[in-house]
Structures are given as C-alpha cells and as structure tokens.
Design a protein around this ligand. Structure first.
Ligand code: GAL
Length: 673
C-alpha cells in the first residue's frame, strides 16, 4: 500500500509552484522568510527544470536543487518535487527530433514551449526514466520531500500525436485490445465506405482525411492516446515507488471540463496515490464559483471520495484568456476554501513569485510584481492563517446528496462530427444539470455509469450518449431497487464502439424510461419549443426535440408547438421500486430545476433550507467530527441554519441555531458532539 498523504505534512497544504531557478539565489532567502510569514507549508519545485538539472546528456547539476531543498527543510517548508519530464531540454530534441509530436495534418511541432512530447517515442521514454531515476536516487530520502509531482498536466497542450511511432504503437494497442483485425473491422463498422482492413499493418492513426473519418477509429485513438500517456505516468511512478518508498506520487489533473478533455480521469484516479487538481476560473460571463464547485466535486469523485489536493489555482488574474480580470477582494479566499469544502486538503497556487520573464509573467502569483505592499499579498497572508485554522478537517470526507453520471468516453464520442445537431454539447448539458443541482444546494458526486449508485436517492444523467451494456444494467438495477433517475435526451444511444444499440432509441434505456424515440428532430438555430405541464406550467426548450412514444411512461410535459407538438416532452416512469424521468429537449437551468423539483418528490430528498442561491453550504465529516462550510458568494450577509451548535474555526466564535456569514465571507463550523 502506498502512502496517500504528503509525508510529514501535519497541516493542510498551503503554498504554490516555486520556480527559484528564475531568480538569483539572493532572492531565495527572502522567499523563505515570506513563506514563513504567509504560513506556507509546501511548495512544488523542479517541474520545468530538466534543462538545468541535466544541461547536457548525462551531465548533471544538482547543486542548486540540493541547496534549495535544504533551505526549504531548514524553514519547515515541505517539498512537492517534480519530475521534469514535461519539458525535455533542447539538446534532447537535437538528438531526437522525432520525439516532437506530429499533428493530425502531418505538421511537426517545434521546440520552444513545453509539453511537446510524442508519448510513444522510445527515446523520450528512456530519457524520462533516466532523469526520474536520478532524482529518486538523489532525493528519495531528503527530509524536505513530501510528495512526487510527476510531469505536468498530462493531456494538455498536446494529447495525441500522429507520427509513425504512434501508428505502430496504435496497431499494437489495437491488437492487444481486439485480438484480431476482424474484431476491429466489426467494432468500427468498416463495411461502411469500404474501409475494411485485411491486416493490422494497414491501420493508421486518424490523420487528416478528405471528409469525415471512421468514428470508431477516432474514438479508439482518443482511448489509445490517453492510455499511452498513462503508460508513461505509471513508468515514472513505479520508479519513484521503487527508489523512494513511503513518498506518495501524484500528477496534477485538470478536471474542469473546459480545461482538459483528453484525459479519462476515472482511469487516472486509480493510478495515483493522491489525486491533485489544477483549477482556473474561466471568465466567460458565467458564475465562476459554480464551475469551480463542479471541478472540485469531479476531482473528489475521481479520487473515490477520498481527500484530494488543489495543487494550482490563481491568486488573481491569469494571462492566457482573451481578457483576464483580477479577482475581486475576498474572491481568492472564497475560491480556495470552496475547494477545501469539497474535499481538498489545502490550497496551492501557480505560482509563488510572479515571473519577470517568460510566457507567464502577467499571470498573478502569491508574491506579485507589486511586492508585499499589495492587496494580493495581504490576502495571501490572511488566507494562510485561515488554512492553518482549518487543520482539523484533514482526512474528513465531503458528504454528497446526489450523483451525476459522467464518462469521458461518452463525451469524446459526442465531439465527433456528423451528429444530429452541432448545437448539442455534452459538456453544456453536464454544466446545466450540475448548475441546477447547485442552485438547489445539492452536493453532487460524479459517478461512472458502471459504478455502484445505491447510496444516492437521486441520479441525474446528462446526455450520456454512449452506454455499455453493463452501464445499462447498472442504471436499470438502480431504479428497480428504488432510485430516482433523471435522464436527458441523447442518452443510451450507442455502445462503446459508437454503434447504435439495436432497436428503437434509446436502446440502453428504453425499458427503464418506459418509452421509445422514433426520430430526433433537432431545432434550427435560435428556434424554441414550448412545453405545457402540470397546472398549466410552461417550460421552454431549444436545440433539440424528438418524437417520443410512451411505452409505460406517463407524460408530465407535452410539446405545445414545433414538429413534435402534442407528443410527450418530459415523462415519468415507475419502474420496479423507483422512478425514471426523461427530458427530451434542452431545458435551461430553470427548466431543469422544475423537473428536478418534481423528481425530488419521488426521491424523498428533504427540501433544501431557504438559502440564497449563491450561498454555498457543504459538509465534511469523519473521525474528527462534522464540519459545515458556508461560502457566501453574494454581496449581502446571510444566515445559514445549523442543526447543532458548534465552534467557528476562522473567527473562534460559537455558533448556535444559525451561522452568520458576512457578505463575501467564508465560515466553517465544527459541530459539537
Ligand atoms: C497550469 C500549469 C502551470 C501554469 C498555470 C498558469 O495549467 O500547470 O505551469 O502554466 O497553468 O497558467
């Protein structure tokens, strides 16, 4: 059994990516002094240092890293030490230009950025193993070492390479996965457009083709690319485990669905000792704290509910979006502590000291260009104290009320071209279902469609287009045994090969939903359909409609106009001891709320306390007790009802009956008992 918590860390993690190699060593002394002032407990080092650690093949310069780790140790700061394999040095690419990845159109990427890696390349693999071995041998028992940080954000900026080595590796992967080339032909449906293969040797990566390529091939290539990156992660991890036993290994995920779509984090969550995540606010006009909560819930879910670690977020603005606003006063702390509420064992940032040079010099940091006489620094110091006060929550688990079924493979399949409507977006549906639950103050676990769902009174299924036979049986058993299910349109349509389930849509869900769908009828851009329901209630859908035929289900809302006028739009089906709802058009968050309100009646879930929409209340519980986190994202003071009195950890005050949460503030109560 590997360790799962950073070695020697007795409090929550607080700190950030620390890149002192960008500064003269004279600055380091000030760095550690400021780290102590801010209550920094851990920093991530060495992530991009390969060219410094190995300036020429086989020539090593560890002196600066030795001095740095010693300095951190002397100052009580733990180290999350990176393997620098995301940024091979220039000399490596001179020797092995074919290690640079190739895009689907045949263009080879150039050196000069980061993450330019063909993960199938044997020379890259050997060099990565060698530098990892050197680091593990030298620092495996260094007293500062708490955690290994392998690579950086697998899956971005390049996930798949289309070179000849990848072609050969893909053929081997296919042979392992399918056994025979005929099984590949069958799975991909190569009878269509005469794509039949007589031999594995004839199969290529899905490179640029004149028109749409084979969807089964494209989907499998995404699986292959993900598995190939994972092979390289596990190779490094195994070296670290062997040479530095007792030190947990992580790699920083990017679970926000807007930030990395190429990695199946369900699979990765099983491979790391500690799940860690990077999260950046996307300022697209939507409520950023909802996206944050969603990413945090998804991260916890890929960690199997166990505590995880926020390894990067920003103190203020980033510099890679079109417009990069600063965070509002107090927003950084709300962001950090909202992650902690949802299971993070701390709050870490990119980065400690803002760079003067390089591509990210306008990205905010804990020590900004403005120095310590700045709002950001004062808020960092204040947050350090808050994080320290929250040490008792370590090891406790966030309590969820409902599950949302999510599968990267299903998402990937829905991004392929030539679908019924390009306006349909699986991620948008997940966002909308999540937001509707968030607004009802429901804490959400994400669940793989084949995972045990029996603990959840309510399970929602946003556009789960691809469902295996096992997933279909799982969902069916869940409802039969008394669960309440809410399913969006375009769910249960194809199997894992992107082949339509036999018979009428939705093949994987027909019986449990008690209906069939004769035809999809997506709407034209900006068209809307009206739905009429109980007591004259009206809803409005867009993007999608379809011709639903009841086969046991009752109609709750009916299309009032459009091609499907008069037909069922939202249905409810009693199935076994449970109930399955179906929503056949795209409802906005408020429309979904109306359906979820009805479904909550079936699920028997308690109506949520009367709280403003943007006051977030989440619980963590465990041996140390139960902690209620209240995050007030509004500009008004709020009162959060408390069933048991307790001690507020950030102010030291007692709270009973209700908890006062000032505008923009966070409060955390440890309930008595
Ligand atoms: C992350 C990355 C960091 C830094 C940060 C800010 O995705 O891991 O190295 O680039 O973004 O842009």
């Amino acid at each position: 059994m590997s360790e799962t918590t950073p070695k020697g860390l007795t409090r929550l993690a607080f700190g950030g990516d620390y890149n002192p190699e960008q500064w003269p060593e004279s600055v380091w002394a000030e760095d550690v002094r400021l780290m102590r002032e801010a209550g920094v407990t851990m920093v991530s080092v060495g992530i991009f240092s390969w060219a410094l650690l190995e300036p020429a093949r086989g020539v090593h310069d560890f002196g600066w890293l030795d001095r740095l780790l010693d300095l951190l140790h002397e100052n009580g700061v733990r180290a999350d030490l990176g393997t620098p394999t995301v940024a091979p040095p220039a000399w490596f690419y001179r020797e092995h230009p074919e290690a640079l990845p190739v895009a689907a159109d045949g263009t080879r990427y150039a050196f000069g950025s980061r993450g330019a890696i063909c993960h199938s390349n044997a020379d890259y693999r050997a060099a990565a193993a060698a530098v990892t071995t050197e680091l593990a041998t030298r620092y495996g028992d260094h007293p500062a070492l708490a955690l290994w940080h392998v690579h950086n954000e697998y899956g971005v900026p390049v996930s798949a390479c289309y070179c000849e080595s990848c072609a050969a590796h893909f053929r081997r992967w296919l042979a392992r996965t399918y056994g025979t080339v005929d099984a590949v032909n069958e799975a991909w449906g190569t009878a269509f457009w005469g794509q039949r293969y007589a031999d594995f040797e004839q199969i290529e990566p899905p490179r640029l083709t004149p028109t749409v390529g084979n969807p089964g091939q494209a989907l499998d290539y995404k699986r292959f690319a993900d598995a190939t990156m994972r092979e390289n992660f596990t190779a490094e991890r195994d070296i670290l485990h062997r040479l530095a036993p007792g030190i947990p290994v992580t790699t920083n995920f990017m679970t926000a669905l807007s930030q990395c779509e190429t990695v199946d984090y369900w699979a990765w969550g099983r491979e790391v000792d500690l799940v860690s995540n990077d999260h950046y606010l996307i300022t697209d006009g939507r409520r950023t704290h909802v996206n944050l909560a969603m990413a945090a819930d998804l991260t916890r879910s890929v960690a199997g509910g166990a505590p995880w670690l926020l390894l990067e977020h920003s103190t203020s603005g980033v510099n890679w979006q079109a417009r990069n606003p600063a965070k509002a006063p107090g927003q950084m702390a709300r962001n950090s502590l909202a992650h902690v509420a949802r299971g993070s064992e701390g709050a870490m940032f990119f980065q400690w000291r803002q760079s003067r040079r390089g591509a990210e010099k306008f990205h905010s940091a804990m020590v900004p260009h403005a120095g310590t006489d700045s709002r950001v620094w004062r808020e960092v110091v204040e947050l350090g104290a808050s994080v320290e006060a929250l040490a008792p929550v370590r090891g406790t688990r966030t309590v969820a009320d409902a599950a949302l079924l999510w599968d990267w493979h299903s998402w990937w399949a829905q991004t392929l071209p030539w679908r019924p409507s390009e306006d349909h977006d699986a991620r948008e549906r997940a966002d909308a279902f999540y937001e509707a639950l968030y607004d009802r103050h429901v804490t959400v676990d994400f669940a793989h469609p084949e995972a045990d769902l029996s603990a959840y009174p309510l399970v929602v299924v946003p556009a789960l287009y691809l469902m295996t036979e096992a997933a279909a049986l799982n969902v069916r058993a869940y409802v039969e045994n008394g669960g309440t299910l809410v399913v969006s349109y375009f769910s249960g349509i194809v199997d894992e090969y992107d082949a339509v389930h036999d018979g009428a849509y939705p093949g994987a869900l027909r019986d449990v939903l008690g209906l069939t769908v004769e035809e999809f009828s997506p709407l034209l851009k900006d068209d809307r359909v009206r739905l009429t329901g109980p007591d004259g209630a009206e809803l409005c859908g867009d993007v999608w409609s379809e011709f639903v035929v009841e086969r046991g289900a009752e109609t709750v809302y009916r299309y009032a106009d459009g091609l499907a006028a008069g037909r069922p739009a939202v249905t409810r089906h009693r199935f076994g001891a449970g109930t399955a709802w179906y929503v056949s058009t795209r409802l906005g968050v408020q429309g979904l709320d109306a359906v979820l309100g009805l479904a909550a009646g079936d699920a028997g879930t308690a109506p949520c306390a009367e709280l403003p929409r943007d006051v977030e209340v989440v619980r963590r519980t465990g041996e140390a007790g139960t902690f209620v986190f209240a995050v007030n994202h509004t500009a008004s003071d709020a009162e959060v009802p408390l069933e048991t009195p307790g001690a507020e950890l950030l102010t030291g005050e007692r709270a009973a009956g209700s908890l006062a949460v000032p505008a923009g503030a966070v409060r955390v109560v440890r309930l008595d008992g």
